[in-house]
Design a protein. Structure first.
Length: 129
């Protein structure tokens, strides 16, 4: 049994399959989940687990070279906007409709229980060497 890191077997296994250039959508409970990508749905109740908790855990496990978020997050959800800016120096902003389109190409979707608007980011995996 693992004693640290991500303990959820489905999420840990999905992360181990990612490679350089693959994308991971970390999304709130309201984001439409596209058909195609593998989905690990962690949503339990509104707000649980939070987007911040899941993003923090994923960033501790993955090499991330950048991310893409919805431009609308800046005004609609300033707390998440501050979190994204601090966590991802290489962050692109696109209209929310474009983020939904880009999400269709994700290799993995991790759905949180987050109930605040635009708490979504498409992470681009890097390489550790």
């Amino acid at each position: 049994m693992k004693k640290s890191g991500i303990l959820n077997r489905h999420l840990a296994g999905a992360l181990a399959e990612l490679g350089h250039g693959d994308t991971v959508l970390v999304c709130d409970a309201g984001m439409p989940v596209p058909a195609g990508p593998r989905v690990v749905d962690l949503a339990f109740r509104a707000g649980v687990p939070s987007f911040a908790e899941i993003l923090d855990g994923l960033l501790a496990e993955l090499v991330v070279e950048g991310g893409t978020a919805a431009d609308e997050v800046r005004e609609a959800n300033p707390e998440t906007w501050r979190l994204l800016r601090a966590a991802l120096p290489a962050l692109d902003l696109v209209p929310h409709a474009s983020l939904k389109e880009l999400s269709a190409g994700a290799r993995l979707v991790v759905r949180t229980g987050e109930a605040r608007p635009y708490a979504n980011v498409l992470l681009r995996c890097g390489v550790f060497f």
